[in-house]
Design a protein around this ligand. Sequence first.
Ligand code: SF4
Length: 422
Amino acid sequence: MGAAVPFAFQDNAEVARRFPDLHPAFDSNEALTEANRCLNCFDAPCAAACPTHIDVPRFIKKIGTQNLMGSALTILDANILGASCSRVCPVDVLCEGACVMLRYNKQPIAIGRLQRHAMDHFWERGAHLPKKSSRRRSQKIVCIGAGPASLACAAELAQQGFSVTVIERHALPGGLNTYGVAEYKLRPPDSLREVAMIAELGVEFRFGVSIEHQSDLAALESEYDAIFVGVGLGAMHELHIPGAHHNVNVAVYVVDALEFIARYKTSGNLTVGNNVVVVGAGNTAIDAAVAARRLGAAHVTIVYRRTESGMPAFGFEYEHAKQEGVVFEWLAEPVAIHADPASGRIVSLECARGGSNFHLSCDMLIPAIGQAPLRSLLERSRGPKYYTGGDCANGGREVVDAVADGKRAGVAIAKSFEAADA
Ligand code: SF4
C-alpha cells in the first residue's frame, strides 16, 4: 500500500468511524463511465479555473484509456499535492463550476473524484514522484513551514536537483491539510502519505523548530542560499466580548475552531459539549460545527452578525451544515458569556439582535472569526534571498492557491540560480 509514512501518527478508529468520506472513492467502472462523459474540450475552462492549471481533459482522457499511472503523472506535473487537492478543493467554485456540461444543463464532470481515483491508484502502486532533472544543484534552500505552499516549493526544487530543508514548528508536516481540514475531507494519514512522497525526493524535514527572532533568520541567511516563507496565518482572533465573563473557565470551555479541529484529528481528544455555539460563518466555522455534531453534540448553533447572503462560507458548505443539523442564528452579535460562578462552566451565550438580547444554551463556545497575519515575521523576511507564498502572502485562500504559489516560487528560485550553475 503506497509509500511508507515516516511520520509517527496514531490513527484513531473512532474518528474514522464518525467521519466517513464526504465523497467516497469511485470504483473502476464508475470512474471509467464518468471519464467517458468528458468532452475533452479544447481550451478547457476547467483547466483555466484551476489555480495550478492541471491539464484536466488530458488526465481524464488517460483514465478513459485505463492509463491511471499516466493520469496521475499528468496531475502531479501541475500540482504535487494533487491527492489532497482532489479531496479538499472547493470544486464547485473552481474546475467543476467551470465545466461546459453546466451550459447544457447537465451534471458537471466529477473532476475531483476522478483526480482522486488516479491519485489513489498512484499510491496503491507505491509509485514515486519523478525527478525533473538528473543535475545536482549546488545551492541549499530552506522552506519555513511545512504546509502546502512550502511543500510545493520544496518538491519543485528537489525535483530540479537542489538540496532542500523544510522546518516546521509542529510535530507533523502538512499544515492545515494535517491539522485543519475536516476529517471527512482529508484524514491525517493521507496528508502524511503525500508528504512522505515529497520526503522521498530527498527533502529533509526538521520538526519542533520555531523561527521567531531576527537571530533565527540571520542563522538561516548564513546557511542557505534562498529562503521560502510559507508559514500560513497566525492564531485565531480571540472573541472579545464586553460584559460579564463571571469566572468562565476559558481554558476548558472556549476552544477556537482550528484548535478544536486539530484536537480531534490529531490528539485523540474527542471532547465536545452538548450545546455548542460556533461564532462566525466561514468555512472553518462550518467544519467545526459539523465536527461538533459528528462528535456527539446534541445542539450546534452558528451565530453570525450578518445575514445568510453575507456569510463567507461556500454555499455547498452551508447546505452540508444544515443537513448535519447545524442551526443558524443570523444578525446576532455575542455580547456576554454566562457561566456558573462556582465551576466556571459556561451555561449560555447572550447575543444581541436588533434592539433586544437573547440567550443561547451553551456549554462549549467555539470562536471561528479568522486568523491574524504573522506580520512581524513577514516584515523581517525581506531581502534578495527571501520568497514567500501561500496563506501568509495571500491572506488565506484555498490549499490549491498555496500549492500554485509554492510551485511558482520554486520555479523562480531555481531560475535565479541558472546563471550561477551554468
Ligand atoms: S470543461 Fe468539463 S467536459 Fe470540458 S474538458 Fe473540462 S471536465 Fe471535460
